[in-house]
Design a protein around this ligand. Structure first.
Ligand SMILES: Cc1cc2nc3c(=O)[nH]c(=O)nc-3n(C[C@H](O)[C@H](O)[C@H](O)COP(=O)(O)OP(=O)(O)OC[C@H]3O[C@@H](n4cnc5c(N)ncnc54)[C@H](O)[C@@H]3O)c2cc1C
Length: 406
């Protein structure tokens, strides 16, 4: 049988897969980007907030932006703190438009995007890999051959693990989000504010959020973190906390629900994922690039995809014969900050740090400048928490950090 052959087959058109396919296609490689959903609206699950630098770093156009934000608010059970900047601090992406844009760039550079194709299995045959897909519209099986196969299937890790039991220990998170349309006066109040809710009142053992979008729309979501993935199934409590935000916080009387979506994160504790096997390489959430403390994974998945792209080029040029150096570079980049974030996430969401401590921690942060809070929340510069504060506050924060066992 004459199979269609590609330099690289990437499975999963999320931020990591889409970006990896885009840069490899731009460099002239023959790429197939395959995705099980047949449209990008179907799995529009991510809240997709990101700092402003993501736009320039990854060369993203206006069309992928849902809104700009220049305020950052943290609400706990008893404390409310807002930090502001005269300039935009970040954006909320329109996650569907964003992934569609990445895939349009793949096609624009002469490569292929197949939507509605689910990866089934792969096998090795005379130096090439045969990848099998099921076309979901008619159940037909389609095979292609690849020199390099990329697992970008996110938390499912469909290619890297044959059996569920082979997977490492995960911290799991389930988030659901409603896209709602609200009255103009409600929207105007929250149109440029990224709001996170911590603490028992708003979302015990997790956090909830309100993010602005375009046209009177807000994303209102809640997420819970679990050690045991089986407990994720009951979503009722999450919905309850979403309605709490809409009715008690926004006080919207006549909101309209436009869309409900959600998904799961599975983060390997200690970053123990399999990064590569022979000519197969894993990127994005498949190798836990999501930062588990804040559940932020888009730009980190794209960062990792860019690193993978560099090694894929070297492999195809015959300069390297495996992807072990990719794994080393990824660990060098992520290990330290991700390990601290993981420990904080376990303390906050699993051990369930007492509510009063959360209130205190956030009220101390009010003395910090907006840039410093951005550095802590988005660049994981946790050392800034104690630096730059006066003597008394510094002692107080150190006491809290001790309680957090950092
Ligand atoms: C509720 C929620 C809110 C979030 N909010 C934010 C946020 O505000 N900011 C932020 O930066 N991050 C956020 N994240 C995290 C972020 O969305 C992820 O880290 C990011 O999407 C990971 O990108 P990825 O490409 O690795 O995987 P994914 O985006 O999960 O993409 C994987 C793709 O693979 C496809 N796939 C899976 N199996 C197969 C198969 N067998 N065959 C074919 N295709 C397959 C899936 O359909 C999917 O499209 C959020 C996550 C959740 C769950």
């Amino acid at each position: 049988m004459n199979l269609k052959s590609f330099d690289i087959v990437i499975v999963g058109a999320g931020p990591a897969g889409g970006h990896c396919a885009r840069i490899l296609a731009k460099s002239g490689r023959k790429v197939l980007l395959a995705e099980q959903n047949d449209t990008f609206d179907k799995n529009d699950f991510s809240s997709a907030a990101t700092p402003l630098e993501t736009l320039s770093k990854f060369d993203l156009p206006e069309s992928v932006i849902g809104s700009y934000w220049h305020k950052l608010t943290i609400e706990t059970s008893k404390v409310s703190q807002t930090w502001e900047s005269p300039k935009s601090l970040g954006v909320v992406l329109n996650f569907a438009n964003f992934r569609e844009f990445l895939s349009s760039e793949v096609q624009g550079n002469g490569s292929e995007v197949w939507l509605g194709y689910r990866y089934i299995k792969h096998s090795q045959a005379s130096g090439e890999t045969i990848v099998e897909f099921k076309q979901l519209s008619d159940g037909q099986i389609v095979k292609v051959s690849a020199k390099v196969l990329v697992d970008a299937t996110g938390f499912v890790r469909a290619i890297m693990y044959d059996k569920e039991n082979d997977k490492p220990d995960f911290l799991s998170g389930t988030g659901i989000e409603y896209l709602i349309e609200v009255e103009l006066e409600v929207y105007d109040k929250y149109a440029s504010d990224l709001i996170f809710f911590l603490g028992d009142k708003w979302m015990p053992k997790g956090y909830s959020w309100i993010f602005p979008m375009e046209q009177n729309r807000l994303k209102v979501g809640a997420g819970r973190i679990f050690l045991d993935p089986k407990t994720v199934k009951n979503l009722e409590p999450l919905k309850k906390y979403i309605y709490l935000l809409i009715e008690e916080y926004l006080k919207s009387k006549s909101y309209k629900i436009i869309d409900k979506h959600g998904s799961t994160l599975k983060y390997s504790r200690g970053l123990k994922d399999i990064y590569c096997k022979d000519n197969i390489i894993a990127i994005g959430d498949t190798v836990s690039t999501v930062n588990f403390l804040g559940g932020e994974g888009i730009r980190h998945g794209m960062d990792g995809a860019q690193i993978a792209g560099k090694y894929i080029q070297r492999y195809l040029e015959g300069e390297i014969s495996d992807f072990r150096d990719y794994e080393t570079e990824m660990h060098r980049k992520f290990d330290q900050k991700w390990n601290i974030s993981e420990r904080l996430a376990v303390r906050k969401y699993i051990d369930d740090v007492n509510d009063e401590l959360t209130d205190k921690m956030i009220s101390y942060l009010k003395y910090m400048k907006t840039e410093d809070v951005m550095d802590i929340l988005f660049y994981y510069k946790f050392e800034k928490i104690s630096r730059g504060l006066g003597g008394y506050l510094q002692r107080k924060i150190k006491e809290l950090i001790k309680k957090f066992h950092l």
